[in-house]
Design a protein around this ligand. Structure first.
Ligand code: HXC
Length: 519
């Protein structure tokens, strides 16, 4: 019969063995790849002395291909819960040093249990992925494991925030759990996501392509739009995750004010610099991020997707200490036109904010939907409709400000009153119209212009006529489509007043199972 002391020593020895992960050689290799080990990552992510590890002693059940003779510490994944800046989260991290962090039946079971726990605790779940994908020796059991995770990603979507940190390879099945989560954070140079690896692409397409070129951080942040943030190191990525969480509620059940932080910035502050930000020459552009930074608390924003569809800006910020989600056209990139990617980017952001009770501020300066066969064949109708659907469906407070152009269908899509803005304001420079004055004049005064001796002069005259008639905020305000014309300098004050008034907004929708957003 072992003594208590011996039993305690046995526990300590087991824990030490498991915490050694894949052994010193593998740990060294991990560090040489500029990657931290899973346990170092958890130490950075979770507040000191708050981590409870679950399932440390779990073992795999596989008897094939010699795996029965191999112990995989913690089955290649560390799971548990702890605190981040004082707020509880559930988390898991794959251990690449142990069989490449490959996902077998029990590895998946541990992740699934962690997700179940997060949903029951009503706290976010953070996954740190670093894996060769399905553990090949476990065959269908590994595939089922992925299915169990995908199922939970979907079921818990909109219940608790789900964040993926891609911190190494995420190959094969390992890409679809991230894709089903709310946010994907990647590290330049060491993380990559792809369904089939470079060797397969090379064999099929005869293309030379590296891991990085196929699915690296900048590919997914700038080209595919799969990922939302890119960092230079594991440590930066983990810090980025903590910053992101600071803007989010713990779950859908949290009060909207849960992530309020006492502000340093005065709610009454005016922004005089905005009075002159719209260039008087219509051919000049301005940077919408300057507008955003002038308006929000301390000029501070957190911008997902900053390298993707840059004609649209989405970001989190605080106003009077309360978190808001901002969606804004960016006139300084592709004139802020709405296209397929911008619509997808904005629609998903709107849906995330709505799901987690984050009010929406929309800043509008949009010349319309992007014309051309490339967009039409790519399905701009379907993708553009997502934005209409997302805004129409959203029941959080929705405040809109039109700074300059709001033309055509894009005027409707960018949170117009028609699709549910609670308060639509306009600067004196705003023009809510079917199209730009020159284009409109060229069409409706076609005959007069054709007959004129100086056609250019006639076009200009008619353009002025159209501009004076329609391209100002007062026609829209007269029709009730604009609630208030405001001085740009007063924007911050006006938004904060409206947000406060709308804080307890309730908006019912008819019962249904779920809508059918045009995916
Ligand atoms: C079992 C794996 C593994 C896997 C890696 N390992 N991936 N073991 N199943 N999927 C093991 C390796 O055998 C090796 O074990 C150790 O992990 C480290 O791997 P290395 O290859 O030495 O590392 P590296 O050179 O850094 O290359 C990383 C890698 C490569 C690019 C990820 O390991 C790789 O290509 N793995 C296979 C990727 C893949 O095809 N996955 C898809 C699985 S099918 P030792 O003992 O030598 O240290 C799938 C389908 C699911 O996921 C679909 C669901 C929708």
């Amino acid at each position: 019969m072992p003594t208590n002391e011996e039993l305690n020593a046995e526990l300590a020895a087991k824990e030490a063995e498991i915490k050694a992960m894949g052994g010193p050689e593998q740990v060294k290799k991990q560090h040489e790849l500029n990657k931290l080990t899973v346990r170092e990552r958890i130490d950075l992510l979770i507040d000191p002395d708050t981590f409870t590890e679950t399932g440390m002693h779990v073992k795999h059940h596989c008897h094939h291909f010699g795996l029965d003779k191999v112990d995989i510490p913690a089955d290649g994944v560390v799971t548990g819960f702890g605190k981040i800046n004082g707020r509880t989260v559930c988390c898991y991290g794959e251990d690449f040093t142990s069989r490449g962090g490959s996902l077998g039946e029990m590895h998946a079971w541990k992740i699934a249990r962690t997700m179940d726990l997060a949903a029951k605790m009503r706290v976010p779940v953070v996954g740190m992925l670093d894996t060769g994908g399905a553990r090949i020796q476990e065959g269908i059991n590994a595939l089922d494991g992925y299915g169990q995770i995908f199922h939970r990603n979907t079921i818990y979507s909109g219940i608790v925030p789900q964040i993926t940190l891609s911190l190494g390879p995420c190959a094969g099945g390992a890409v679809y759990s991230p894709a089903l989560t709310d946010w994907i954070l990647m590290v330049k140079g060491s993380s990559y996501l792809y369904v089939t690896g470079p060797d397969v692409v090379k064999a099929v397409m005869s293309e030379e392509v590296t891991h990085e070129e196929l699915g690296g951080a900048m590919v997914h942040n700038a080209k595919s739009g799969v990922a939302h943030f890119a960092y230079n190191s594991d440590a930066d990525c983990i810090a980025g995750c903590k910053e992101l969480l600071s803007y989010l509620p713990q779950s859908v059940y949290d009060a909207p004010a849960a992530s309020h932080q006492p502000p340093d910035d005065s709610p009454d502050r005016t922004c005089p610099e905005l009075n002159a930000i719209i260039p008087e020459n219509p051919r000049q552009v301005y940077d919408m991020k300057q507008v955003i930074k002038a308006i929000v608390d301390d000029g501070k924003i957190l911008e997902p997707h900053q390298h993707y569809a840059r004609n649209m800006v989405v970001c989190f910020a605080r106003m009077d200490g309360y978190v808001i989600g901002i969606i804004a056209n960016q006139p300084s990139f592709m004139a802020g036109v709405l296209d397929i990617n911008a619509s997808d980017k904005a629609a998903r952001f709107v849906r995330f904010c709505d799901a987690f009770n984050i009010p929406l501020l929309t800043l509008i300066d949009v010349p319309g939907y992007m014309p051309g066969t490339h967009q039409e064949f790519g399905g701009v109708i379907r993708h553009g409709a997502k934005l209409l659907s997302a805004y129409s469906e959203a029941t959080v407070p929705k405040i809109s400000i039109c700074t300059q152009k709001a033309y055509g269908g894009a005027q409707i899509s960018m949170c117009s009153k028609s699709i549910g803005a609670d308060l639509y304001m306009a600067w004196p420079t705003a023009q809510l119209a079917v199209m730009g004055a020159e284009g409109a004049a060229a069409i409706i005064f076609r005959r007069e212009i054709a007959k004129a001796s100086d056609q250019q002069a006639k076009l200009q005259e008619m353009t002025e006529l159209y501009r004076n008639t329609f391209n100002n905020p007062y026609v829209a305000a007269a029709g009730g489509f604009v609630d208030k014309v405001i001085k740009p300098a007063d924007s911050r004050r006006e938004i904060i007043t409206a947000l406060e008034a709308l804080r307890h907004k309730q908006e019912a929708r008819p019962w249904k199972k779920h809508g059918n957003i045009p995916l």
